[in-house]
Design a binder for this molecule. Sequence first.
Ligand SMILES: [Ca+2]
Ligand SMILES: [Ca+2]
Ligand SMILES: [Ca+2]
Length: 379
Amino acid sequence: MRKIIMALVIVLIFLGFSSLAQANSVVKVMQFGDDGWIMGDTRHNGIVDFVSGPSTPHIGTGSLRLATTNNNPDKAGVAKPGDFGGLSGISGSYWWYRTSSTNGFQAPAFKFAIDTDSNNIPDKILVYEPYWNHTTSDFVWTEEVFNQDVGKWWLWDSSTSTSYDGYLKTLRQWLEDSTYPDFHTALSAGNIKALLFEVGSWNANTDGYVDKFYISLLGYTTDFEPPDTTAPEITFEEPEDKSVHCREINLRAVCNETCDYINFWWRAEDESYSSASKRYHYVRKDGTEFEWVLDTCNAEKADGTTYSMHNGKYYLYAAGKDLAGNWARTLEIGITVECNKSEILMCTNVPGKGLENAPGLQKPFNPKSQAGEHAGKKD
Ligand SMILES: [Ca+2]
Ligand SMILES: [Ca+2]
Ligand SMILES: [Ca+2]
């Protein structure tokens, strides 16, 4: 019984920690495309950028910048499109910062784009604006927190091009309270098609920043950061420098961050690396460990054809890019291919057919056969 209780306690602790880990997980967004974020409703001279700072963000070292110039129609926005479901039960938070705004109150707004008539096109936008919820200040990171009953939102009805700034309601009121104009039925049936952060329009000279965005719909925190400009460190782990091989050579390279691909290059001592020789092989996947097998017998070149590598010295290196496109390569390593005559015979006489079909090899072994020597000449 005691064991069972202990096991239960362990399971409960494990479940507790795993849900905690999930709630605390962080996804970095450093450029468009990361985690599905794209340029949103940006107009005229609107500025959208992934930057360092400002000041000390509450997660990482950077943030998402949304800014307008002195041109009133400017608008700056990002979007994360998707099928996020209904408005019910949502909670979230984000931090923002502002260095300036002509009107003194505009701050980055968070919005839901909602499709209420099932045509997959958003027709209602619910807008959370910091300044409709409290006074706002320059030069201070400020957190916004909302849930079903905390935080007031206004509605933009894009089907009628009407804004309902006056009807500031909580998410629950928008869904359930019919004392206001009757959007709640549509919104209750609506599907969120995009998450938006925007500044403008008619908020000239607003220099805003967003970071540390959490929303229950995603279940993780989004950390906006400046683009990665640091090259990955790629380590050639196999084969060992100066090692000797015949047939299959395991190639293994490791990236110190997620890499987009690794390209393994090789050359014989008397060759040079060149894309024309096709002696390279891409391993394309997002990951940190990249492996491929170079078979000296059927060395597969980049164009898919194979050739037999003669005995001798070879040089190899691995090159690759991280997800942001920063390129790096390893130093060259040297290996020796050294196959004996019977291995070469098997190699050169059996192109892709397998030993059992090799001409002559089905016969009993004849010690007087000169096959080995012929094979030696072919070397
Ligand atoms: Ca950040
Ligand atoms: Ca629609
Ligand atoms: Ca990098």
